[in-house]
Design a protein around this ligand. Sequence first.
Ligand code: PXP
Length: 246
Amino acid sequence: MRLYINVDHVATVREARQTDEPDPVRAAVLAELGGADGITVHLREDRRHVQERDVRLLDETIRTVLNLELSTDEEVVELAREWEPYQATLVPERRQEVTTEGGMALESGTRERITGAMERLADAGSRVALFIDPEEEAIRRAADWGADAVELHTGEYANATSDEGREAELDRLRSGARAARDLGLDVHMGHGLTYENVAPVVAIPECEEVSIGHSVVSRSVFEGMEDAVRTMREIVDRARRGLRDA
Ligand code: PXP
């Protein structure tokens, strides 16, 4: 199970003052020391948190791998091609949203734009993942369109307010993960995962990677980044061991 740590919100704090601290690059190095297998950042079109400088320096500094989240915006895709991140995860982006609100719409109207971006990123040598809702049709299209992986959106699961709701969302994730794997896609998951809710998600056998940001950055304010990641690492590994021992 790969644990990728998203350091966007370290940059959010920096941008609140438009200064040079805290530095997401420094946070990424500490996240690696705490046990992260990779670092995720989202270079948004409006540059509200992560800046080009951050991606450039992360690319040069980290010892693990870089997972760059991006929209299909031509300028951002071109930058990604220059950086050649290990992995590029395409996500939908709306200016007004506080955070990514749902998976990509894989429809005939968006096909050309999305597959065009996928081809350009793959040409540059990146693995390409599509962030989608855990729905069969979207998963089938992701495979048809040539994605290497899907990141299944765990936001509905994270936002569920009852045990029944959570269980229903977990079932959607479980069957989505099975369907994706049957189609030869690698299965990642992310969004809204926390210390409290991550275990059942990483216990889904087909899930190979999770990307977690807000909850870890929040804890790092009190505990430091290295310890915050180490605690998440322990929870993830314990849940995974439970799966093996079952
Ligand atoms: N995965 C994707 C595709 C995302 O857009 C985000 C948020 O940037 C995350 C994972 C991480 O979500 P969170 O910050 O809620 O852990």
